[in-house]
Design a protein around this ligand. Structure first.
Ligand SMILES: NC(=O)c1ccc[n+]([C@@H]2O[C@H](COP(=O)([O-])OP(=O)(O)OC[C@H]3O[C@@H](n4cnc5c(N)ncnc54)[C@H](OP(=O)(O)O)[C@@H]3O)[C@@H](O)[C@H]2O)c1
Length: 324
């Protein structure tokens, strides 16, 4: 059945793997276009035999995107970057790439598109990440006015890039940086709840053409979350305030160094520092919807989920008592 096949760009990523699993569980056929489909075995076993299909595509090559959409009834675009490297730039992947997917879908007559943006998508954002996310939203809307745009706050789950990154940093560093004094507000949202929102957004008629901001049940400061990470990993580390005017050049320096190193991303970039200048919490004004509006009414909390995967960073394993 035509409407049954959902193409998930970015399905191999942290959020993507949960989205593929949720779609397969919901009975959809799923196609995941990947740059290196031979590395996607983990995805194939998320559904019945043949339910999850891997194909080769790269958002920088529009003809590969058009090919990947053959026979599709719906599209999810989760492709995004945390930092830039070589041809993988925010402009090429987040802004231009999103337009490529939306225009290719429109050309095939596909109207169900869920596009993953981020809270902070704003043409006036101090960060290139935020500006290119805004450009992506505009390109998606221009091609497919009925597309659903989801903007999560930071997303947590066993393979996340936030708690794991700072827990890893605390293994070696004598102190963790409280960027901008640690006052930025964040509303972490569980990856499973984000995946449920994607599945709902694909099929809900009332979601068409709308924007949803996805946040978890509590708002924390950046400092609260670093203190929580240290407690859960049983690491006694200082939290040292690092003003934005120092954190920004330090991030730029790390970014420049890691661009030359193909095996890892920078632990912090100047652009990530710029994103922290603004609070990252879900809004509901101006017709913006929420997780609740997408039927996700029971949101998982940081306290319930994160300890289940941070224990592996404790010096002596999961039975080491946490500091009071
Ligand atoms: N994680 C968060 O806290 C968070 C918060 C807000 C918004 N978001 C947004 O949510 C989306 C998913 O985030 P994530 O954390 O799952 O990111 P991720 O783990 O880094 O995954 C990114 C995905 O994009 C794919 N990709 C990168 N370049 C590509 C290209 N040129 N062509 C095709 N695919 C390409 C990657 O595939 P390969 O296997 O080929 O590398 C991977 O599947 C992103 O749009 C991100 O901006 C995430």
């Amino acid at each position: 059945m035509r409407g049954d096949l959902i193409v998930v760009f970015g399905g191999s990523g942290f959020v993507g793997r949960q989205v593929v699993r949720a779609l397969a569980k919901a009975g959809k056929r799923v196609r995941v276009p990947m740059r290196r489909p031979h590395l996607g075995h983990e995805l194939r076993v998320m559904g019945d035999v043949g339910q999850v299909q891997l194909v080769q595509a790269n958002l920088r090559y529009p003809e590969s995107v058009a090919r990947a959409l053959e026979g599709a009834g719906g599209v999810v675009n989760l492709v995004g970057l945390l930092s830039e490297k070589g041809p993988q730039t925010f402009a090429a992947i987040q802004a231009e790439g999103a337009g490529v997917v939306a225009r290719a879908a429109a050309a095939r007559g596909i109207t169900r598109l869920v596009h993953m943006s981020a809270i902070g998508a704003d043409p006036n954002s101090p960060a290139r990440y935020g500006r290119t996310k805004a450009a992506a939203e505009a390109a998606v809307r221009a091609a497919l006015p009925g597309a659903v745009i989801l903007r999560p706050s930071i997303v947590f789950g066993p393979e996340d890039n936030f708690f794991n990154r700072f827990a890893d940093m605390a293994k070696f560093a004598p102190a963790l940086p409280l960027i901008g004094g640690g006052k930025t507000k964040l509303q972490p949202v569980y990856v499973g709840d984000v995946a449920a929102a994607v599945v709902a957004a694909l099929d809900l008629e009332r979601a068409r053409g709308r924007v949803f901001e996805l946040g978890g049940p509590r708002i924390y400061t950046f400092k609260d979350l670093l203190a929580f990470t240290l407690r859960e990993t049983a690491r006694a580390r200082a939290l040292v305030p690092l003003p934005f005017f120092l954190a920004h050049p330090l991030g730029m320096l790390l970014d420049a160094a890691f661009r030359l190193w193909p095996f890892a991303d920078a632990p912090l970039t100047g652009d990530q520092v710029q994103m922290l200048r603004r609070d990252n919490v879900a809004h509901t004004e101006d017709g913006i919807g929420s997780l609740f509006d997408l039927g996700v009414t029971e949101r998982e909390s940081v306290e319930a989920i994160v300890p289940g995967y941070l224990w592996r960073f404790r010096p002596h394993g999961q039975f080491e008592p946490k500091p009071a």
